[in-house]
Design a protein around this ligand. Structure first.
Ligand code: UTP
Length: 285
């Protein structure tokens, strides 16, 4: 299976940080966000990845490219551990790029992948600003569900009712404990209109027909071509309750929380961070 990672958005919720740099390159502790996303695809068994980029996103391509100068410098100075970590990045997978010329929404970004995934029955989509952590990678969980059930499948997660308007939300019909038939989908509904509090978290396995449906989808919420609106036309979609944790780093507060959480996972600096946080809290609370 091939993977598509849309990363062409303007990141307006993160301005001014994102004025001249992609939000997908924002570090979460010691790696740029999109590296976690590519690593998830690779850990799921995917080695062909298309990243949808746009204006101002060159640093994404540079990050996954070989850096001869840097590698030579590290080698010469005996910094072998760093050299290995840098070399590893450019060897992760076959990464291709396509540019979305206008930021017309997620549906339009996915449409840019049409040629690359031509002839494939299905492909995986991983949003470039969302990290997932689980024993079995989220995308792998979806691929396994597709193999078993044979239709498009999207990862969902229960969110507090007041947060549904930040997501695409499904109307679920129970099939098994962690699998639903998606009867309908709504992009960013108000809490009153939301058909459930199962939110789409940014991981999908989509059948190729989605491209025909995107073609027939008019701009929706925010004047953007919404993937959620196009998915409503697929014959059958499953909503899979992802078994793991999701981190949306597209807004400042969640990015900050995620960065702290990930830093606390590093035993080498954990105590230092805890002491610092305690100190800050003592001063303020
Ligand atoms: P978001 O809606 O979170 O990204 O899209 P955004 O539009 O950049 O964010 P804000 O609302 O302005 O802050 C989720 C993913 O889809 C990509 C984004 O780059 C992000 O990884 N995307 C979104 C595109 O590739 N193209 C688009 O036109 C919109």
């Amino acid at each position: 299976m091939k993977a598509v990672i849309p990363a062409a958005g303007l990141g307006t919720r993160f301005l001014p940080v994102t004025k001249a740099q992609p939000k997908e390159m924002l570090p979460v502790y010691d790696k740029p966000t999109i590296q976690y996303v590519v690593e998830e695809a690779v850990a799921s068994g995917i080695d062909d990845i298309l990243i949808v980029t746009g204006k101002g996103k060159r640093s994404i391509e540079d990050h996954f490219d070989k850096s001869f100068e840097l590698e030579y410098f590290l080698e010469k100075n005996g910094k072998h551990e760093l050299l290995e970590s840098v070399e590893k990045i450019s060897e992760l997978a076959d990464i291709y790029y396509v540019r979305q010329k206008e930021q017309r929404g997620l549906g339009d970004a996915i449409y840019c992948a049409k040629k690359h995934v031509d002839g494939e029955e299905v492909f995986a989509v991983l949003l470039g600003d969302t990290i997932t952590i689980s024993d079995i990678p989220c995308t792998r969980q979806l691929m396994d569900t597709y193999e078993e059930y044979g239709s498009s499948v999207i990862a969902v997660e229960k969110v507090p009712k007041e947060k549904v308007e930040m997501y695409g939300v499904i109307k679920p019909k129970t099939l098994t404990e962690d699998l639903y038939i998606v009867e309908d989908l709504v992009e960013k509904p108000s809490p009153e209109e939301a058909p459930s509090n199962f939110a789409i978290i940014g991981r999908y396995v989509l059948e190729n027909e989605i491209f025909d449906h995107i073609e027939n989808t008019s701009p929706g919420v925010g004047g953007e071509i919404q993937l959620t609106d196009a998915m409503r036309f697929l014959d059958r979609i499953y909503g899979y309750v992802f078994n793991g944790k999701t981190y949306d780093i597209g807004n400042k507060i969640d990015w900050l929380k995620t960065s702290i959480e990930f830093a606390l996972e590093d035993e080498g600096i954990k105590e230092d961070i805890i002491d610092h946080l305690k100190e800050l809290l003592n001063e303020r609370v």
